[in-house]
Write a protein that binds this ligand. Structure first.
Ligand code: ZN
Ligand code: ZN
Length: 284
């Protein structure tokens, strides 16, 4: 699906499988049960180690070896890196071969280059196990206006002398929360500026009590509703919806809400091959 000009693939069903793929950036956030689409991506960022987000990792690494595809860089919250490596080492022992894993432990405050102009930026989230969300920040450079009339060779000479000839602007193109309490919106307000925000929203109505949702470290629509107006980006994509709700029920709850919003509201597909759903009408 193309959201705000960004190709965003994958699917998310709470407790079952979550994998968000950004093929243009060769990046996925969470591996779910290792869909084949991951094989062509070079960067995998894990939000936390619950099975529905990270369980497919050993299988995915084995598939890469089978097909002769280089191991990806796997970014994980630093607190869980050691346990994850131990898990994979145990699996190597069972299978009697060595998987080629590159675990990159990440910290909040760090910035990890994905490409010359793109960085992966972890942020804190609030779940029942150690967890991070991830933003992708793009740096766009534009020639300084006062240099606009200078000929190319002159600009090249200035650059060679070490003169900065461009102004840089940083844009948060995407943030993905992974599982979290709704407090992430007030405690990490920078994510409200993202062009696209993929936000966990597991429960939608009285089928789950708010107190039970909070005890599991999840967002309930009853508490998200009042905070929707804080979002200043272009598209909010709700993910991790519980299997308590069929897609038609999700649409019935969200469409009336979406109609009043000044930004796009989407629901992540809940399984592979399902179409993405935008819940408010496209601009005429
Ligand atoms: Zn989950
Ligand atoms: Zn979880």
């Amino acid at each position: 699906m193309r959201v705000q000009g960004l190709e965003l693939d994958g699917f998310s069903l709470g407790g079952v499988e979550t994998c968000v793929m950004l093929p243009e950036w060769s990046l996925a956030v969470d591996v779910g049960r290792a869909p084949r689409g991951l094989l062509s991506l070079s960067h995998l960022a894990l939000t936390h180690a619950h099975m529905d987000h990270a369980g497919g990792l050993p299988y995915h690494l084995a598939l890469r070896q089978l097909y002769g595809v280089a191991a990806p860089a796997v970014y994980v919250p630093a607190q869980i890196a050691r346990d994850l490596e131990a898990l994979l080492a145990a699996w190597d022992k069972l299978q009697r071969y060595e998987s080629q894993l590159r675990v990159c432990p990440v910290e909040v405050g760090g910035r990890y280059p994905l490409r010359r102009d793109l960085e992966l930026v972890p942020f804190r989230t609030y779940h029942v196990v150690p967890s991070f969300g991830y933003s992708v920040v793009e740096t766009r450079r534009k020639l300084k206006p006062e240099l606009a009339c200078k000929p190319g060779p002159e600009l090249a000479a200035l650059k060679a002398e070490g003169v900065e000839i461009t102004n840089a602007r940083q844009l948060t193109r995407l943030s993905v929360t992974g599982d979290t309490l709704v407090e992430v919106l007030e405690r990490q307000p920078q994510i409200l500026e993202s062009d696209v925000l993929v936000l966990e929203c597991t429960f939608l109505d009285a089928k789950k009590r708010l107190s039970d949702s909070r005890a599991g470290g999840h967002v309930h629509l009853d508490e998200l509703r009042a905070q929707l107006s804080l979002f200043r980006g272009g598209a909010l994509v709700l993910s991790h919806v519980s299997q308590l709700y069929k897609p038609a029920e999700v649409d019935a709850v969200l469409a009336p809400l979406a109609a009043a919003l000044p930004f796009e509201l989407w629901a992540m597909p809940t399984e592979e091959g399902q179409p993405p759903r935008r819940l408010n009408a496209p601009e005429p």
